[in-house]
Design a protein around this ligand. Structure first.
Ligand SMILES: NC(=O)c1ccc[n+]([C@@H]2O[C@H](COP(=O)([O-])OP(=O)(O)OC[C@H]3O[C@@H](n4cnc5c(N)ncnc54)[C@H](O)[C@@H]3O)[C@@H](O)[C@H]2O)c1
Length: 293
């Protein structure tokens, strides 16, 4: 028997990157999976591939999320795991974020996670009452504890996701619902493609990472599979952080990715740290997969 046989899971942002890897891994372990995404095309592509259900929704809209979760529950015949993964990012000097950009980043990353919990809990409770163990897995980020320069709203939102996870573990433990979160480091997806185009950036990340390389979406997915499964039946309120030079190896901190990138540029273009960071990521504003500001 596979590890998630009998489980019924929703994965938000399941149409791309880490969410798609989670949807595939959960299905491979025997779960029924509903792929929720802003993009109909991406949700359908992944759902078709794994024999799941595709639902188009914006996680920011609470009523739409209620409906999407209810539709997924009806299609699957229940819900035992909610994976709140949908997210977007952006890099700007803190004072240059517009209020609209701030709202968007907080809305998708933090409110979207809250909406997912809010819509899923009644169904997860029902599963719990019927003797089917239930859980929530939130996808946060190491930026929630150690943001890099330019990530102010993203880091703040992800810190909120980590706090939300701990509150959820306390509140829903008595209902038999476990709530955990996974904080990936630097994973190659549409969200980070811009940075993988700069070899010095990737080298700097890898040099400061205990295993000497960046992780993959599949490696994040494997941890989510564990947390969603019954082998983790006594695991709740846990925050799993991937990597990292900044979280584990303080001595490497000086060699930040930004510094490496600056070194790779002609001296004439090194004006100030802030400007350089902004320039370096000029091709990347709000991630290509998210709603634009
Ligand atoms: N890639 C990384 O290095 C990394 C690191 C840490 C955390 N994360 C987190 O992992 C999660 C997945 O990121 P990814 O790298 O796979 O990104 P991605 O851009 O590849 O995928 C994100 C998916 O979320 C969907 N989405 C965006 N906004 C949405 C909305 N409002 N409603 C519904 N769906 C929406 C997109 O359509 C897309 O399919 C995010 O929460 C991200 O913050 C990623």
């Amino acid at each position: 028997m596979r590890g998630l046989t009998g489980k019924r899971a929703i994965v938000t942002g399941g149409g791309s990157g880490i969410g798609a890897a989670i949807a595939r891994a959960m299905a491979a372990e025997g779960a029924e999976v509903a792929v929720l995404d802003l993009s109909r095309e991406r949700a359908e592509a992944v759902a078709d591939e794994i024999g799941g259900t595709a639902i188009t929704v914006n996680v920011v809209d609470p009523e739409a999320m209620d409906q999407a979760v209810a539709d997924a529950v009806e299609a699957m015949g229940g819900l035992t795991c909610m994976v709140n993964n949908a997210g977007i990012g952006s890099l700007e000097p803190m004072h240059e974020y517009t209020p609209k950009q701030w709202d968007l980043l907080l809305d998708v990353n933090l409110k979207g996670t809250f909406n997912g919990v809010r819509s899923a809990v009644p169904h997860l409770r029902e599963s719990g009452r019927a003797g089917r163990p239930a859980s929530v897995v939130n996808i946060a980020s190491v930026s929630g504890i150690r943001p890099t320069r330019g990530e102010a709203p993203y880091g703040a939102a992800k810190a909120g996701v980590i706090a939300l996870t701990m509150s959820g573990a306390l509140e829903y433990g008595p209902d038999g619902i476990r709530v955990n979160c996974v904080s990936p480091g630097f994973i190659r997806t549409a969200l980070t493609e811009f940075a993988f185009a700069v070899p010095a950036y990737v080298e700097a990340i890898e040099a400061g990472t205990p295993l000497g390389r960046t992780g993959t979406a599949e490696e994040v997915a494997d941890v989510v599979v564990f947390l969603a499964g019954d082998q983790a039946r006594f695991v709740t309120g846990v925050k799993i952080y991937f990597r990292s030079h900044s979280t584990l190896l303080p001595s490497m901190r000086k060699r930040t990715a930004a510094k490496c990138l600056r070194r790779s540029r002609p001296t004439s273009s090194r004006s100030s740290k802030t400007t350089t960071t902004r320039e370096m990521f000029a091709n990347w504003r709000t991630s290509s997969n998210g709603p634009s500001s």
